[in-house]
Design a binder for this molecule. Structure first.
Ligand code: ADP
Ligand code: MG
Length: 431
């Protein structure tokens, strides 16, 4: 069963068995299926009256039939007359399991949580933009997508744009190259909800910031909601233009810090029970006291434990937990590749990776190249001759002098120090 027509016919067959033919004809002879996506079935009928009756009398049966087919909950969107389908207007953003229901609230995140809930309920116009910041793995993306989930649920026709990290830049660069800058601009102008995850990635990129500024203003002036996340507050984004800083600070800024012991325990238990597992209290305690700064790692350990239980049919003991923690921490020690370092450094300077690898003597290209060499050495500890192999000028002494130069500049020039710090943070937040 693939097409929306087939699905709808299947549902109609089920309904037909429960009502008289007259009643069936009255309500369904002029009701058709328009589209389906991963959470909405779009139907069309001819009047508001029919819409209301169909939803009231048959809504539940339709939803149940959809559940039987897809094992997932669907919203039913009923269009009247020639109303436009929201699927053409706005594809539904998949929010996975990120909801308010499974977000554990504690002192470290209660302010961010409350603000996110208020935004989702449209309780306050003043939380615009809502700016959520905090270290990696503390629930920023979770809250962002929970807002999205709640608002899409309440109004399945809402237009949402969700941009991950440097997608905005990539799309913009692409749009400019293909002469589609104007369409790019229009694309985001009319969204009801604009979500940008890891907005720190735009710092230092002039063209992106310019475009982002206009997009932001358009959405804001239309009275629509903006939510941003980042790894640091706007004030600490060194290479962010002042006018953007001002915009980002114009709504509500909330931070998320690492959860306290009690919250960590609650998160572990909640995660375990959602995976169908009950952990012995001494195991929960061991995890909660040993993993303190990252919820993603807490989750990782619990997931490992379910795997051990399933694969090894082991009973979970503190020893099993120790092994799981070792695995997760090892995986968690993120070591970037030289390619990623080159790419992120190039991006930061609005260059292509190939330009950075090349031999251009333009001042900013040369500086970017030197910084990339420096970071490959510093973050990976790669031998000089190996570093050279990633660049066209593979001379060992060029690499050495580049690294020395950046080392000096970092000590003497706060601007360069900040640049290096920002690029490093970008690289790490890919983890
Ligand atoms: P960030 O975007 O801040 O790096 P994420 O939102 O991706 O972090 O969170 C990392 C993982 O931890 C996700 O799987 C998320 O569901 C989970 N998580 C974070 N905070 C909580 C919380 N308070 N309750 C439940 N799960 C959480
Ligand atoms: Mg995130």
């Amino acid at each position: 069963m693939n097409s929306v027509e087939e699905i709808w016919q299947h549902i109609l067959d089920i309904i037909a068995q429960t009502v008289t033919p007259t009643s069936y004809n009255t309500w369904f002879s002029d009701c058709s299926a328009v589209a389906i996506d991963d959470g909405r079935l779009i139907l069309r009928t001819v009047s508001d009256f029919k819409k209301e009756i169909i939803l009231k009398r048959f809504g539940e049966s339709i939803r149940m039939a959809l559940y039987d087919i897809f094992s997932a909950d669907f919203d039913i969107v009923m269009l009247v007359g020639d109303e436009k389908s929201p699927i053409e207007l706005s594809p539904r953003i998949p929010t996975e399991d990120y909801t308010f229901d499974n977000f554990i609230v504690g002192p470290s995140n209660k302010f961010a949580h409350a603000a996110a809930v208020a935004v989702a309920k449209k309780a306050s116009r003043t939380y615009n933009p809502l700016f959520i910041y905090g270290n990696s793995g503390l629930g920023k993306t979770h809250l962002l997508l929970a807002i999205c989930e709640a608002m899409q649920k309440k109004d399945p026709t809402i237009k949402v744009a969700y941009l991950k990290s440097d997608e905005f830049t990539n799309q913009l660069v692409h749009a400019i190259k293909t002469g589609a800058a104007e369409e790019f601009r229009l694309k985001y102008r009319n969204v009801d909800l604009f979500l940008v995850d890891d907005v720190q990635f735009i710092a230092g990129k002039e063209a992106t910031q310019e475009e982002f500024f206009h997009t932001f203003n358009n959405i804001y002036e239309n009275g629509n909601q903006i939510v941003l996340t980042a790894d640091r507050p706007p004030m600490e984004m060194m290479r962010l233009e002042d006018r953007l800083k001002t915009r980002f600070e114009g709504g509500l800024i909330v931070d998320i810090s690492p959860p306290d012991l009690e919250t960590r325990t609650a998160i572990i238990n909640s995660k375990a029970s959602s995976l169908g597992m009950v952990l012995p209290p001494e195991c929960t305690d061991y995890i909660a006291t040993n993993i303190t700064s990252n919820v993603r790692q807490l989750e990782g350990v619990v997931k490992r434990l379910t795997a051990y239980r399933d694969i090894l049919e082991d009973t979970i003991t503190v020893d099993t937990v120790k092994r799981a923690i070792k695995d997760v921490i090892r995986i968690g020690e993120y070591i970037p590749t030289p390619e990623i370092i080159i790419e992120d450094t190039a991006h930061f300077f609005s260059l292509e990776a190939e330009e950075l690898r090349g031999q251009s003597r333009f001042k900013s290209t040369a500086l970017a190249r030197q910084i990339a060499m420096y970071l490959i050495r510093k973050l990976i500890g790669m031998p000089l001759k190996d570093i050279g192999s990633f660049f066209e000028d593979r001379n060992h002494s060029t690499v050495l002098s580049s690294i020395r130069k950046v080392e000096d500049m970092v000590k003497q020039d706060p601007e360069i120090a900040a640049t290096v710090k920002d690029i490093t943070a970008n690289i790490h937040s890919r983890n």
